[in-house]
Every structure is written in C-alpha cells, then in structure tokens.
Design a protein around this ligand. Structure first.
Ligand SMILES: Nc1ncnc2c1ncn2[C@@H]1O[C@H](COP(=O)(O)OP(=O)(O)OP(=O)(O)O)[C@@H](O)[C@H]1O
Length: 317
C-alpha cells in the first residue's frame, strides 16, 4: 500500500543575520526514511514537534515533492499522479479543512461526489453509513462555519471516505476534541479498519489514539525512524519491568526471596503487595503460582508501563 525508501525533504529557509544581512539555511525536515505499510494495517506515525511527521504525510499524499528517495502509494507516484491518487486515498488534516466553509455539510459532500465522480448510489450508501456511525444527522444542513470542532471533524472524516478510499491518512485527527468526541472518532476508525479493511496511517500527539487504534507504531525524530513495531513489542523492548499487584486473603509478611523480584510497596499489613519483575526473566503466571504457595491469593493485576513513558524513552534512546 505504501512503499517509502530513503525518502527525504529539505527546505531552504532565509534567516535574518544582522540589520541588512540574510543567510540561507537548509533545514532537513525528513532525512531519508524507509518503511512500507501493507493493506489493512493500522499505523501510528509519531514523534516530537518538528520531527518531520507532517512533511512525510505531505509527501505521501502528493502535496510536497521529495528532495530525495522514492515513494509509492497504491502503486502511484504521489506528486506526479496526485489526481489519480486522490481517488484512491482519503486525507484528513486536523488543522485544515477540505470542506466549503459557507456551504451546509450535505452540499460539501455533494460537491465532493461530483469531483470524485462517485456513482450516486455508492455516495448515498456511504453517506448513510457515516451519518449513522458518526451521528451527523443533527447538523447535515448546517453551514460548515457554524459547526463545532467535533462536528466538523466528523464531517471531515466523512468527506475523506465518500469515494471509498483504500487508505485513510490522518494528520492529528483528534486534536482539540473533547474526550467523548475523541472516543467516538476512534471507535469509528477502528470499525472502518475491521469491517472495510481500510488501511489507516495517522500522526498524533495523543497516545491514546495509538493505544486504541494502531497495531503498529512508528517513532520518528529529526526525520529518522527511531522505532517501528507493534506497541506491545516496543513496550517490552524499552521497559521490560512490570508491576504485579497481589491482594491476599489475609495479611501476610513481605514477600522475599522470589527470583528477580523486588518489592515496590506493602500496604494494609501486607494484605496488598506490589512487586516489580522483568517480563523477560519470569512470567506473571509463574510468579503468581509461587506467591499462591506462600499464602492464599484473593486477586492479582499486572500494571503495564504507561504508553507515555514508553514513548518518552523511545524519543531519548
Ligand atoms: N514549508 C517549510 N519551510 C521551512 N521549514 C519547514 C517547512 N515545513 C516544515 N519545516 C520544518 O521541517 C521540520 C519538520 O516539520 P514537520 O511539520 O514535518 O514536523 P512535525 O513532526 O509534523 O511537527 P509537529 O508535531 O509540530 O506538527 C521542522 O523543523 C519545520 O520547521
């Protein structure tokens, strides 16, 4: 679906250097990234501010021409075959609208139908589906400028899907949305991937988007890929420690002498104990068995490291 090899983009910027002097500088926004995305994948493309995410997305969608490297999306060269590609993919920019500001949402959709030459039946079916799943009913006839951010984003996603794209690229789709709107959008996108098989590639600073939606996470910084893989694997790789919370049936002494285990906290006379262990040396199941032999266990929970911590470590390695 996406093939990127040594893709790079440099910008020339002019800076003031004194009262009358200006210097020209080269900014490497993307410094030669390589990756591929298969049909049906859900990929989160993340990185700190200025890492080169939007520039990559713009090259993938044909808005920017790469300075170096090669990119193919749906087998097409995005910047050379932009119109053809637009019929195969959907793009949503959280910070930019593709809708007509003064037109009611429904009329924006109708215009897009003509632009993409979508058969009326297909259009009606897809619009009906989005209206139901995204709850557009109450504001389909409202001009876009009068919509709330959450309503407009639902409109943007619908607009990107009306021509039935194989790939949906989203740049910060949940930015500025309240928790309910974020959740609704995530649920919709997850369903879109499962039921229609639409491939999803998204950039986001909200790591809950990644946890909820993406089976694969790519981390970039300074235009380089720092990490690429399933979230669970990256989590194990950078933070193999886990915390096991054990609730006993009756107070018990602090657990000692368990292999590779350290006590984090003992509460309520030992009724609840928190232990840290390394997943790569002992499994939670083995540990629970060993503990249960010492004193009857009422309940257990394994606390996974927070995704924010995982990503922070990935940024700094
Ligand atoms: N049109 C441009 N002209 C000059 N420099 C640019 C241009 N667009 C981006 N850059 C620079 O390229 C680098 C990468 O920018 P980009 O917008 O791709 O980052 P990003 O990862 O999307 O950041 P953010 O999370 O802040 O949106 C930054 O240093 C930015 O200043």
């Amino acid at each position: 679906m996406i093939e990127v090899s040594e893709l790079g983009r440099t910008f020339t910027v002019t800076r003031k250097a004194g009262r009358f002097r200006r210097t020209r500088e080269q900014v490497v926004a993307v410094g030669g990234v390589s990756f591929s995305v298969e049909a049906g994948e859900t990929v989160g493309y993340i990185g700190p501010n200025g890492a080169g995410k939007s520039t990559t997305i713009k090259m993938l969608t044909g808005i920017l021409v790469p300075t170096t490297g090669r990119v193919r999306v749906c087998g097409l060269d995005p910047s050379r075959q932009r119109a053809e590609l637009a019929r195969r993919i959907g793009v949503v920019f959280g910070q930019r609208s593709q809708l007509w500001w003064d037109l009611p949402l429904r009329e924006s959709f109708e215009l897009l139908r003509h632009i993409f030459r979508v058969p009326a039946g297909d259009h009606a079916k897809r619009l009906q589906e989005c209206t139901e799943l995204l709850g557009l009913d109450g504001f389909l006839d409202t001009p876009v400028r009068q919509l709330s951010l959450g309503q407009r984003m639902r409109g943007e996603v619908t607009a990107a899907l009306l021509h039935g794209p194989e790939l949906l690229v989203l740049d910060e789709p949940t930015i500025g949305l309240d928790l309910d709107s974020k959740e609704r959008l995530r649920e919709f996108l997850a369903e879109l991937n499962t039921s229609r098989g639409t491939t999803l590639l998204l950039t986001t600073h909200d790591l809950d988007d990644i946890e909820r939606l993406c089976r694969r996470m790519m981390v970039i910084d300074h235009g380089r890929v720092l990490a690429d893989g399933p979230l669970a694997e990256l989590r194990d790789e950078v933070t193999p420690e886990r915390v096991l919370v054990v609730d006993f049936e009756r107070p018990c002494d602090e657990l000692t002498g368990l292999p590779g285990v350290q006590t984090v906290k003992v509460e309520a006379n030992g009724l609840r104990q928190q232990l840290s262990f390394r997943r790569d040396t002992v499994t939670a199941a083995t540990l629970i068995n060993l503990i249960a032999q010492r004193s009857p266990v009422h309940d257990v929970a394994v606390i996974e490291p927070d995704i924010d911590d995982v990503v922070r470590q990935l940024y700094h390695r």
